[in-house]
Ligand binder design. Structure first.
Ligand code: KG4
Ligand code: ZN
Length: 345
């Protein structure tokens, strides 16, 4: 069998992504193009993604971003073998733009269509950099909208089970909210990460959510941590103290990294899994990857963290997931697939 080219389309939030992956006859993946247009700057003044603005931005970016991906990969649309698109979870209007486009291309070109899960896509991103996943692995998915621990068995085309998730805010959401409290720009992860480098992560003992003996073993909670940061800052302001911004950022970041890595490693040990993949926008966090590397080394667990570009939303990860489905001989989706904003993994 010859190479097959898979087009991936992502539009679940504020990034319009088109990726093209070459699937070799041996199942190998080669990334040919990964083009992303982001509307993040349009949302910055609102401190979060505005769904209507995101949908309009997808509509505008769609065709030019696809054009760039085809040019980068030096392929024609007619050479594409299959089209994969994020069907959920995500913003309803934003998903509709990508899924409608994918259906139109698939129908016009007579190509198979695969409606795929965005969360599984984040895990698939890692296979573009580090190759196939082992038979069993654990994935910690941490982004602006999600914080989950997933058990992946038999590859991405088979079984993915959610074993834990956040009960309130996602990890990235906590970063964005705490950044707002500290008057840092949106999205909050990168500026907190940068500021934290000059601070002391042990300066303030912020709470580690859901780590008590009776708490759900693999679930996360970040809203108490965010409130605790707010209270700490308010108290210091009332007392007329200067806020040690770098220490607050570093201590908040330490609490997030501590709880995420501790729970992921506990789950890996309990489930006898020896590979941990961390993906999603928050995987770009320097303290999270640093602490995960230390703790995984101690526990004899192999850690895989894709490069930041692959961690944030993109079309390449959707193309990669589509390629895994094609390689596994999965049935294409019907042409009347719908978007599922609340799609579970
Ligand atoms: O995966 P992503 O691009 O989009 C979603 O699907 O949500 O993740 C975006 C999130 C934002 O909340 C952003 O603040 C966070 O990832 N983020 C970071 C870092 N870079 C991005 N959080 C912590 N540290 C970073 N370096
Ligand atoms: Zn995402």
């Amino acid at each position: 069998m010859s190479d097959r080219l898979i087009l991936g389309i992502e539009s679940s939030c504020d990034e319009t992504g088109f990726g093209i992956v070459r699937l070799g006859p041996d199942g190998s993946l080669e990334l040919l193009a990964d083009e992303v247009a982001s509307s993040v700057e349009e949302h910055a003044r609102f401190g979060g993604v505005v769904p209507e603005v995101a949908s309009r931005a997808h509509l505008e970016a769609l065709v030019p971003t696809l054009r760039r991906a085809l040019d980068t990969a030096a392929v024609e649309l007619s050479q594409i073998h299959s089209i994969a698109v994020t069907a959920g979870p995500g913003l309803a209007g934003a998903l509709l733009v990508g899924v409608s486009a994918a259906k139109a291309y698939a129908a016009a070109l007579g190509k198979p269509l695969y409606g795929v899960n965005h969360l599984a896509g984040h895990v698939a991103a890692d296979t573009l950099q580090h190759g196939p996943l082992p038979q069993r692995c654990l994935a910690l998915l941490v982004s602006g909208g999600h914080s989950q621990l997933l058990l992946v068995e038999g590859g991405l085309a088979n079984s993915i089970t959610e074993i834990g998730s956040t009960v309130d805010d996602a990890a990235g959401e906590a970063y964005d909210k705490v950044a707002r409290l500290l008057d840092l720009p949106y999205p909050g992860g990168p500026p907190i990460d940068k500021l934290a480098k000059t601070g002391n992560g042990c300066a303030i003992a912020f709470p580690r959510g859901l780590t008590g003996p009776r708490d759900a073993k693999y679930d996360f909670s970040f809203s108490g941590l965010k409130t605790s940061v707010a209270r700490w800052v308010e108290r210091a302001e009332r007392a007329g103290e200067e806020i040690p911004l770098a220490d607050v950022a570093a201590s908040f970041q330490e609490a997030v990294a501590d709880v995420l890595t501790a729970k992921a490693i506990r789950a890996a040990k309990d489930l006898d899994v020896d590979t941990l993949v961390i993906s999603g926008g928050v995987a770009a966090n320097s303290r999270l990857s640093g602490l995960a590397a230390e703790r995984c080394a101690e526990a004899g667990i192999e850690l895989r963290v894709p490069r930041p570009r692959l961690c944030t939303d993109n079309g390449a990860m959707i193309a990669a997931l589509g390629a895994h489905l094609v390689a596994a001989g999965a049935k294409p989706s019907p042409m009347d697939i719908s978007t599922v904003p609340g799609l579970p993994v």
